[in-house]
Design a protein around this ligand. Structure first.
Ligand code: MRU
Length: 346
């Protein structure tokens, strides 16, 4: 990988500022937990697994910089930071999963003293990072057989190295198939309103020299009808126990188009994106973002003043439209209810 999405630097968390890509490759050094939380909220770092890693590192950083030697005060401070991280974005379950892991370490370690707890929190954050990287690579290995030579592969948003600790989920599958010598073409939805496809996925593919074409979000149906798309691969922000999947707004429409055109539609996600506590996708909280993301482009208005807006960041694809979910435990197929339970809790 020619870049690092996120890095633990000991005294700060270094993030590649995704708001500025592809024009500027700038790193942001977050020196405290509040600036990590702000980076997540403002999407300097985004993508479900990446925000989980960032939150964990933010918590470890706050622990490291806390001066108090009093276990009860230390606990209060860290619990407050955990809460702050949990309030940054509501949909990606990886965020809450990572915060819970850090909380567990806090609970298990405090009886050994504050210094020991600081050390263990740092180790846990690095473990979360390392595990995500590893899961992505395994997802790539499992998923690569789904792509054939000559295929047109359609993806939405950015489920790449930028959205994870590195390598990517949907883009990890693409990377692994390419590394194996398969030759194919990637079609990238631009992904309005924040252009994660046009800005980020396209940037990653150009660096890998994997041929890609950016489409506006309304072109997929036309391409599918022409027979140019053989498989659709997307990431996930949260998968309910029945397989219903929340991902970037527009994913649901693509899944319906895929069904109509008999094109296999796959989700690639680590098991950290599974939320077995939710019966179905209708229980997944969907983030609504600022109207300005829709009404403005590069700071300039593109709509008349006074018009209403609607800006959900995610939608939910029903499990019936999903051919399979590519995880680090293998490709999960229907019945999802049984299979997802098996891989998450055995
Ligand atoms: O709003 P974003 O950019 O954080 O949304 C990201 C997505 O929807 C990704 O597809 C998803 O998080 C999977 S990333 C491996």
């Amino acid at each position: 990988m020619k870049f690092k999405t996120i890095e633990w630097k000991g005294n700060c968390v270094r993030l590649l500022d995704q708001r500025r890509l592809p024009r500027n490759v700038r790193y942001l050094d977050c020196k405290n937990a509040s600036s990590v939380a702000e980076a997540i909220r403002t999407m300097a770092i985004r993508g479900a697994p990446a925000i989980g890693v960032a939150a964990a590192m933010g918590i470890a950083l706050s622990a490291k910089k806390t001066r108090s030697r009093q276990p009860s005060v230390f606990r209060q401070i860290i619990e407050k930071v955990c809460q702050q991280m949990s309030q940054t974005r509501p949909t990606a379950v990886n965020l809450f999963w990572a915060v819970d892991r850090m909380k567990k370490i806090l609970d298990q370690s405090l009886s050994y003293g504050v210094e020991e707890t600081k050390k263990r929190l740092e180790e846990e954050a690095l473990r979360i990072y390392g595990e995500d990287l590893e899961m992505n690579r395994t997802i790539g290995e499992y998923g690569k057989s789904l792509i054939q030579n000559g295929d047109g592969v359609l993806t939405h948003c950015n489920a790449g190295a930028l959205a994870t600790a590195g390598y990517g989920t949907a883009l990890g599958v693409i990377r692994a198939a390419w590394a194996e010598g398969k030759r194919f073409h990637v079609f990238i939805d631009e992904t309005r309103p924040l252009f994660q496809g046009a800005r980020l996925t396209a940037w990653e593919l150009v660096q890998e020299r994997i041929p890609g074409t950016v489409l506006t979000d309304n072109m997929a149906g036309h391409l599918m009808k022409k027979g140019e798309i053989n498989i659709v691969l997307v990431g996930a922000d949260r998968i309910a126990r029945n397989g219903d999947t929340a991902n970037k707004i527009g994913t649901y429409g693509l899944a319906i188009l895929s069904k109509w055109h008999h094109i296999p539609f796959y989700v690639a996600a680590p098991t950290t994106s599974l939320d077995l506590s939710l019966i179905s996708g209708s229980d997944i909280p969907i983030e609504e973002r600022d109207a300005q993301e829709v009404t403005h482009f590069q700071g300039k208005p593109i709509t008349p003043k006074g018009i209403n807006t609607f800006n959900p960041a995610f939608d939910v694809t029903p499990h019936s439209l999903i051919r399979g979910i590519i995880t680090e435990k293998g490709i999960i197929r229907k019945p999802f209810l049984k299979e997802l339970r098996r891989i998450k809790i055995g």
